[in-house]
Design a protein around this ligand. Structure first.
Ligand SMILES: [Zn+2]
Length: 316
């Protein structure tokens, strides 16, 4: 049996204090989500871990050119504009924490596999070695998993159910020599194709391959990021109806539960957030994320929480 709470690597320095002109609310998402969980009487299910250090500037060199990293932290416009997020010294500080949070969450889950861990952030999976892209500044997945691999030899797989393809892992393979070991090619970056039932069928097929890789001890931990922009009412028009989006969460947690039972020990599981951009009702985005977390708590952590998100109908 797993621990009853989700261990959440949240530090207030992860959060941009003033979102300014940003179209994306992602720089404030960690705090918006935690406030939302509190308002819905769910916060008690999350154990907050804030005793971690931010990444140093040098740690970003692992997945990015020195030119980009140094230019970004110095606030040089050529380098700061690529993620489409307004730069400020405080914003630069937040990415040191959001990226470190994912690394710490993976490390802690490997050391404590009975505890599900959570990186309540986003802004990683489109960044390239040479610059940011699509609201993503640095390749947090690459940095975290390669650091973990170099320290422990453990290999990970990402189940990326964001509406957009997570390109940063594939685009960093030539740049980072041991990335193919840290996040194995083919099985380490699952992004199902297509929409609706075909999307779900593709997810099931890819999880079948992942199950074999885990049983063969080729994959040691799984990071699940159920982006809310794969919902059809998101501003970026995702692949799934509400029922399908929720079904995907059940499929993944049931998959983990079966693996736990077969191995007779818990699979290290780390959760992430990724996208979600509804300007008409951001609570619909947060509600989907909360629902996903509740399904995890009920399926894997022995809870029986009743929670249904209130999703605003989209004007079409
Ligand atoms: Zn997305």
């Amino acid at each position: 049996m797993r621990n009853a709470q989700i261990y959440t690597f949240y530090h207030e320095n992860m959060v941009l204090k003033n979102n300014g002109r940003n179209v994306s609310k992602s720089p404030q998402k960690p705090k918006l989500l935690l406030n939302f969980l509190e308002k819905n009487s769910l916060k008690g299910h999350f154990a907050i871990k804030d005793d971690f250090k931010p990444f140093s500037q040098e740690e970003f060199y692992l997945a990015h050119t020195k030119e980009y990293v140094d230019g970004f932290f110095a606030g040089k416009r050529n380098w700061t504009k690529s993620s489409n997020l307004d730069w400020s010294p405080q914003f630069a500080e937040t990415v040191r924490y959001t990226n470190a949070s994912l690394y710490e969450a993976i490390k802690f889950a490997l050391e404590n596999p009975e505890k599900v861990t959570f990186n309540p952030a986003c802004g990683f999976h489109h960044a390239l070695p040479e610059h940011g892209l699509g609201y993503c500044t640095f390749s947090g997945q690459v940095i975290a998993s390669v650091k973990v691999f170099r320290e422990t030899g453990k290999r990970g797989a990402y189940i990326d159910l964001d509406g957009h393809f997570g390109n940063s892992i594939e685009d960093a393979r030539k740049f980072v020599s041991d990335l193919n070991l840290a996040i194995p090619k083919g099985i380490g970056n699952i992004n199902p194709e297509d929409k609706h039932q075909k999307f779900i069928n593709n997810l099931r097929r890819e999880l079948g391959l992942l199950r074999d890789a885990i049983h063969d001890k080729y994959i040691d931990y799984v990071v699940f990021c159920h982006g809310a922009d794969s919902h059809e009412d998101d501003d970026t028009k995702g692949q799934c109806t509400t029922a399908e989006w929720i079904e995907c969460a059940h499929i993944v947690y049931d998959f983990v539960k079966k693996i736990d039972e077969k191995r007779r020990k818990p699979l290290p599981l780390i959760l992430g957030l990724f996208g979600g951009y509804r300007k008409d009702d951001y609570n619909s985005v947060l509600g989907l994320h909360a629902k996903n977390l509740v399904i995890c708590l009920n399926t894997l952590c022995g809870q029986e929480i009743k929670y249904e998100p209130i999703l605003k109908a989209k004007k079409r």
